[in-house]
Design a binder for this molecule. Structure first.
Ligand code: GRF
Length: 210
């Protein structure tokens, strides 16, 4: 793990660890939300990517967050992967975990260790078009195939299921005539960037009140 300098960190701030797999636009929204004050009393302490070289890691380094990669290549054994994740999260004194474009199921041991303070963003109106196998483009293909007139994004608590935890924030977007999975994905992603900040702020505030 690369140790990051926690810029403008204040004692008592909530340490947020973010799990990513790709570009990190949701991570960037969280970073921006902290910088502009929509998220208060929190810092992104650690970013763990499941993919080597994910651009999300660059976004993390830019703000001095620590970074690490826990990939299936490096950790093919599920138990070893789970204990590495747990070791990194506790090493960063994690108060809250955010799955932001993380394309894997979180090991049960990690879910239970952070129960009530681990959240995920999903690009549909849960409970529609979610669950095992519904991620990224597949979600939007499913919405279009179903002929839905609207879609949206959801931030929810992570529990032992897949996309089944209590909903924190949800926002709708229209499905437009002629939408392709890509045009719908782009519209939903804009909404993700809004609700991820709202949800992180709500949960961070609640955790600070504890
Ligand atoms: C996007 O498909 C988003 O809908 C989902 O994860 C993917 C990548 O997000 N939540 P990000 O840009 O890496 O945050």
């Amino acid at each position: 793990m690369k140790q990051g300098l926690h810029n403008n960190a204040t004692a008592g701030d909530i340490n947020i660890s973010v799990l990513v797999s790709g570009g990190g636009s949701n991570l960037q929204s969280i970073i921006d939300g902290i910088a502009d004050g929509r998220i208060r009393g929190a810092r992104v302490s650690l970013v763990i990517s499941s993919k080597e070289g994910a651009y999300a890691l660059k976004r993390a380094e830019r703000v001095g967050a620590s970074t690490a990669v826990v990939s299936r290549d490096e950790y093919p054994d599920a138990d070893a992967r789970a204990s590495r994740l747990a070791e990194l999260l506790s090493g960063a004194e994690t108060d809250m975990v955010v799955l932001a474009g993380y394309m894997h199921v979180v090991p049960p041991g990690v879910v239970s260790a952070y129960s009530g303070r681990i959240i995920n963003i999903h690009p549909s109106l849960i409970p529609k078009h979610c669950g095992m196998g519904y991620y990224g483009r597949r979600v939007h293909e499913s919405v279009l195939a179903a002929g839905d007139s609207e879609s949206g994004a959801t931030v929810h608590y992570v529990d032992e299921g897949v996309d089944t935890g209590a909903i924190i924030v949800q926002e709708r977007v229209p499905v437009e005539p002629g939408d392709t999975p890509d045009t719908l994905a782009a519209r939903v992603l804009d909404t993700e960037h809004v609700i991820i900040v709202k949800a992180v702020a709500m949960v961070a505030d609640a955790l600070r009140e504890r």
